[in-house]
Design a protein around this ligand. Structure first.
Ligand code: D6G
Length: 843
């Protein structure tokens, strides 16, 4: 019998990974050795595995630069409308494998590295994740960059080059401990610093209203230094740019007249300015009104808009007037997409540039600003909405405060004319919230300063129109849109699940990688026994591989033939990891009560980071690990139930665990999860979903048929009805014995014998002030999990549902999402044009 194919052999089978021609392989080997020598300054006697990773990264990078320069040159020649995606987060993960995949270099590199006596996968594991994001919002930005390049759009990502990304999570005694993410320690081969394009950003100061215009003076200046990262499209020779700004103190920082003499202190104080780009705020769906964060938001906006206007002014077809720039064409040449309200200052900053610097009249400036900007809303949770104290603006951005007041005045005048005497409406719709602490509502600013506002899944966009921004929708309904999120099939299928990609390609060819709707063709194979077997086999191999990884990395042993029940996402009350905990405890109690019965063996894996300041989220992690300690060490339970907390969940861990999952947990309270994108990744990788009718789950159920998901619990209407009536957790506790038993165990120290009162806060919350109504969905969830078990006992039927899900997941490609943004918001058309390959200069 032939030996089973190794992963790298499997990767070679599919031609989408590139043909490993002899010449290419030799060229890569040569380049690798050259970089080891000249770039790393090592030979093979002293080189470390990390040196080999860097030698390969530089080798692969060389294949990008010609295409990159060529693409940017092409944009100058053709002058297409430029798309600017502004985001405080870009959660990119690793770059090496993605670059090889998109350039079709994977097979050639694999072969070359093998010939050099090294292992490609091992080298890939050395790369740090670029963790410049918290979760969904930041990863969406990364998927969008991939799709924009693949669709040939003249697009740019603009953000901050945080020196420290999302913290590394350690679990110590079952508690989360944060460690700084020093991701740049060994250097970043994917970025190119561009000190020559450094730009000034002003803070503080005061506003002078002079006869020849308004001047913002006596400011403190921080420099923004760009670092460019190439963003390759999938095999189309397009390479776009992600430009991230890093804060640099000017050389005269703190050395003005009054400070002369304290030179040393002035140099030390440079840190104060450079702290702006030091660290990512680790909050997901939560607004923390810190001044440093406001500085970050203005920093990225001010630098980016200068860059955008510089590029517009140099554009070929932008303006014919030699003296004045004609900004009339600005909205035809520039689209600015605001990823949530974080870059909302773009609106007053554009106004400041147009009115104060370019001397445009207000109404014209406002018209151009509005037609340029569009705003994506990512959440309706009130605690996540940005509301900055006016006092902070007064100090940090005094001119912007004036501009916001002026914008608001005109807006309220307009509303007052439409609704005479409706004072309450004016209060509700104002950008300025009155009260003890006057605040600026950034979402309101975005809605009035944009020509398009979109939610990120259909249900969410409806909620946006009908509740959060209802008053605004009443006035300008045509501005409101939906753009259901998506994920890039390159990273989230081809890269992370080579086995599945291969068997799909065998059946339907390779075009699904750029047109995911073609997965529909797999419906023809739902009853194909060989295909069912292949899909099940790939899943089993992925599970084996992930089990081996857990063993090697964490010395955790799991049973690869148990059901992998996976719940990975940020830890948040609204995502209801606690509901999952209650299911685990219920299963545990059932097995203990009736150990003779047969049970479907399950490995429940929960992973995710808690914001460091979020007490309840940290307690939830401790509860999960404590339940694990009891369950995993109970001899009565044995192999039937295991609970694993996946430490340090991040992009690169998602790429490993998602292809291995059988069951995907998407169980937020209906109406709270705007879209979700993890849900889509699991569906595409052949896991079945247990979920509520929330976010994009609704559309997943619509695409695949509700009978092919495990949908349970309250719908949005039910939640609303319950809010009217009043939610009483105690009712469920009193009525449902298994729920009561679970809560009593948590409350009495069954899972925390060393500190019986440890989980009092959790129990108290669940019983008396649970905004997310965990108990109300408990019964439906437990029952639904029973149906999951039933189906899992029939592997053939299970796999048929898996195939139906994969076949119906095409809608959730970010290529589809971006095509919609392009046509319906930005007014551009995706292009299939393959830019001619570059002439690479040779010695
Ligand atoms: C990227 C690629 C490089 C180009 C540079 C500036 O670093 O080839 O010269 O961007 O492009 P613009 O900012 O002038 O468009």
């Amino acid at each position: 019998m032939a030996a089973p194919l190794s992963d790298s052999e499997k990767r070679k089978q599919i031609s989408v990974r590139g043909i490993a021609g002899l010449g290419d392989v030799a060229e890569i080997r040569k380049s690798f050795n050259r970089h080891l020598h000249f770039t790393l300054v090592k030979d093979r006697n002293v080189a470390t595995p990390r040196d080999y990773y860097f030698a390969l990264a530089h080798t692969v990078r060389d294949h990008l630069v010609g295409r990159w320069i060529r693409t940017q040159q092409y944009y100058y020649e053709k002058d297409p409308k430029r798309i600017y995606y502004l985001s405080l987060e870009f959660y990119m993960g690793r770059t090496l494998q993605n670059t090889m995949v998109n350039l079709g270099l994977q097979n050639a590199c694999d072969e070359a590295i093998y010939q050099l006596g090294l292992d490609l996968e091992e080298l890939e594991e050395i790369e740090e994740d670029a963790g410049l994001g918290n979760g969904g919002l930041g990863r969406l930005a990364a998927c969008f960059l991939d799709s924009m390049a693949t669709l040939g759009l003249g697009a740019y990502g603009y953000g901050i080059r945080y020196e420290f990304g999302i913290f590394n999570q350690k679990v110590v005694d079952g508690w989360q401990v944060e460690e700084a993410d020093d991701w740049l320690r060994y250097g970043n081969p994917w970025e190119k610093a561009r000190p020559e394009y450094m730009l000034p950003v002003h803070f503080y100061g005061r506003v002078d209203h002079t006869p020849d215009g308004i001047k913002w003076v006596d400011t403190q200046v921080v420099l923004a230094m760009p670092y460019d990262t190439p963003v390759p499209g999938y095999k189309n020779n397009t390479v776009n740019t992600m430009r991230l700004w890093s804060a640099k103190a000017p050389n005269d920082f703190n050395l003005e007249e009054f400070n002369v003499g304290d030179y040393i202190q002035a140099v030390l104080d440079r840190n104060l300015a450079e702290n702006i780009s030091r660290v990512l705020y680790p909050n997901d769906n939560f607004f923390e009104g810190k001044e440093l964060r406001l500085k970050q938001e203005y920093f990225v906006v001010a630098a980016t808009l200068q860059d955008i206007i510089r590029r517009f002014k140099s554009s070929k077809f932008g303006c014919r007037d030699p003296v004045r720039t004609c900004f009339e064409t600005f909205p035809d040449k520039v689209a600015i997409q605001l990823n949530d309200t974080h870059p909302a200052l773009s609106i007053p900053e554009l106004m400041r540039i147009f009115v104060d610097v370019e001397h445009m009249d207000w109404d014209k400036a406002w018209d151009i600003t509005k037609r340029t900007c569009a705003y994506t809303n990512h959440t309706v949770l009130p605690e996540a909405l940005e509301r900055w104290p006016v006092s902070m603006f007064e100090k940090l951005l005094p001119r912007h405060l004036e501009i916001i007041y002026a914008i608001n005045q005109k807006h309220l005048d307009h509303v007052a004319a439409l609704y005479p005497g409706d004072i309450d409406r004016l209060r509700r719709m104002s950008v300025i919230e009155e009260g003890d602490c006057k605040r600026i509502n950034m979402a309101h600013l975005c809605v009035i300063g944009s020509h398009a506002i979109n939610g990120v899944a259909r249900i969410h966009s409806e909620i946006v129109k009908n509740s959060v921004f209802k008053d605004f929708y009443d006035i300008e309904p045509e501005k409101f849109q939906n753009k259901t999120n998506g994920i890039t099939p390159r990273r989230w299928l081809l890269l992370c699940n080579p086995g599945l990609s291969d068997i799909i390609a065998e059946k339907i060819g390779e075009d699904f990688l750029t047109d995911l709707s073609q997965l529909k063709k797999l419906l023809d194979f739902v009853d194909d026994e060989a295909f069912i077997r292949d899909v099940a086999k790939v899943k089993q191999e992925n599970k084996q591989k992930f089990s081996a990884y857990l063993m090697e990395q964490y010395k955790v042993k799991i049973n690869p033939s148990s059901m992998f029940d996976v719940h990975v996402k940020r830890i948040h009350e609204y995502k209801r990891q606690l509901l999952n905990c209650l299911h685990i405890i219920t299963l545990y109690n059932r097995i203990r009560k009736d150990p003779k019965k047969s049970y479907v063996p399950r490995t429940v894996m929960i992973g995710g980071k808690a914001a460091p300041g979020y007490h309840m989220a940290k307690m939830i992690i401790k509860l999960i690990t404590s339940i694990g300690d009891v369950v995993n060490n109970d001899p009565y339970i044995g192999e039937r139930l295991k609970v694993i907390f996946l430490e340090n969940y991040r992009v690169s861990l998602a790429e490993k665990v998602i292809p291995a999952a059988d069951l995907s947990e998407q169980i937020s309270t209906a109406g709270t999860e705007a879209s979700g994108t993890g849900n889509m990744k699991f569906m595409l990788n052949g896991a079945l979903t247990i979920g509520t009718m929330d976010g994009a789950n609704v559309e997943m159920a619509e695409e695949a048929g509700e009978e092919n998901l495990f949908i349970f619990g309250m719908r949005v209407e039910d939640v609303e009805a319950m809010d009217k009536k009043g939610y009483n957790a105690k009712e469920y506790y009193d009525r449902i014995p298994e729920l009561r038993q679970a809560i009593d165990q948590i409350n009495s120290g069954f899972f925390s014998p060393d500190d019986p009162g440890r989980f009092r806060d959790i129990v108290n919350m669940l019983m008396y002030h649970d905004r997310f109504k965990v108990f109300a969905d408990y019964e439906a969830y437990i029952k639904c999990q029973g149906q999951v078990d039933q189906l899992y006992m029939n592997p053939r039927e299970w796999t048929k549902k898996v195939i139906k899900n994969i076949a119906c997941s095409g809608k959730f490609s970010s290529d589809r999402t971006i095509t919609e943004y392009a046509r319906e918001i930005w007014g551009v058309e995706p292009s299939a044009v393959k830019i001619p390959p570059p002439n690479i200069p040779r010695e």
